[in-house]
Design a protein around this ligand. Structure first.
Ligand code: AMP
Ligand code: MG
Length: 326
């Protein structure tokens, strides 16, 4: 996903930064005060330090290391994100599952030695995956996993929360026009300086990075995409991507190659893209269509595009290789 080129010119400040396992870009249009961006960058590092499963001292690692043991106290924000993750796990009946981590590790999704595991290994790890084993104690902001070796992974939702936090900080600093781009998770704050909406290009899942299949015009909206092109490896001509079906233990193969969700809160968009991706066109699309204030674009392997009804007037197809299914 990206902001279209003609709109990049009037930026007053733009900063790039590596955090949350990705390259992020914050662009502010109506202020040259750097304190807001600096505060946002600090907050992003804090979120990373608290929520990353890769950092030994994060609250998530503490929960994971204590699995099967005592309740682990966490910060209020970590509690909020875990609680949201459990909400989406329930809503998707386990298609989204924040305890997927043992499988993510087994597949080596984030390493440069990703491989196809043996079936018995997958079955062994699958037994550890069950969001119902997350025990939540809201009054003490404490969390635990019921069984040893279970592990939480907030990779499918934490970036959405982070975008919401950057937006909050920008608004506190009176910024009213900005693009918050957290590695493809975009939040369009306000509108362009001329009063018109931001035009956001939706990534062509089969094209090069930055090539769009279509455009949506938005203001004060989050636009998040989950796609099979984001992280993957190929083995014997087959692509294995980073979104794993908790029922099978394999990267999902239901014909979907990308799901984009447009919503007010980015944490909701991020949760729902992963739900939609795994639940597929039939169930996932319906789930989102039935939710209020949330729109979606599903793209399938056979180059068909499905959009929810309120997007009909706000989606412009620009790649003729794809067909918009109405
Ligand atoms: P996203 O790009 O938002 O769909 O998130 C994908 C990331 O979430 C992966 O890199 C994994 O860390 C994690 N993940 C993979 N499969 C699932 C799943 N079924 N439910 C929840 N998180 C998942
Ligand atoms: Mg997601």
């Amino acid at each position: 996903m990206k902001l279209l080129a003609d709109e990049e010119e009037k930026i007053m400040i733009v900063k790039e930064y590596n955090v949350l396992g990705t390259t992020i870009q914050l662009s502010v249009y109506d202020s040259d005060d750097e304190t807001a961006i600096n505060e946002a960058l600090e907050r992003l590092s804090q979120i990373d330090d608290r929520m990353s499963a890769f950092k030994n001292t994060s609250f998530i690692s503490k929960i994971n290391n204590n699995a099967g043991g005592l309740m682990q106290e966490v910060s209020e924000d970590v509690y909020y994100v875990i609680d949201k993750a459990v909400h989406y796990a329930k809503l998707s009946e386990g298609a989204f599952d924040p305890t997927i981590r043992p499988l993510v590790n087994l597949w080596g999704v984030f390493t440069n030695h990703a491989w196809v595991p043996e079936k018995y290994e997958i079955e062994e790890k699958l037994r550890l995956v069950n969001y119902k084993d997350i025990v939540l104690d809201k009054s003490n902001y404490a969390v635990k996993l019921k069984h040893r070796n279970q592990c939480i992974d907030l990779g499918a939702i934490a970036k959405g929360y982070a975008a919401d936090e950057v937006k909050r900080i920008f608004l506190n600093h009176n910024i009213k026009s900005a693009i918050i781009d957290l590695g493809g998770n975009i939040y369009a704050l306000g509108n362009k300086l001329d009063g018109s909406s931001f035009n956001i290009g939706i990534q062509d899942p089969m094209g090069f990075e930055g090539e769009s299949i279509g455009i949506v015009s938005v203001r004060d909206k989050s636009i998040v995409t989950s796609g099979n092109y984001e992280r993957y490896f190929e083995k014997d001509g087959k692509r294995y991507h980073h979104i794993i079906n908790p029922r099978t233990g394999y990267p999902d193969e239901n014909g979907i190659i990308s799901v984009t969700v447009i919503s007010n809160l980015s944490i909701d968009g991020d949760g729902l893209t992963t739900c939609g991706y795994i639940m597929g066109l039939k169930q996932g699309f319906k789930l989102i269509e039935d939710l209020e204030g949330v729109e979606a674009i599903f793209i399938t392997k056979d180059k068909k595009i499905y959009i929810t009804s309120n997007l009909m007037n706000n989606f412009q197809l620009i790649n003729s290789e794809y067909t918009l299914v109405l």
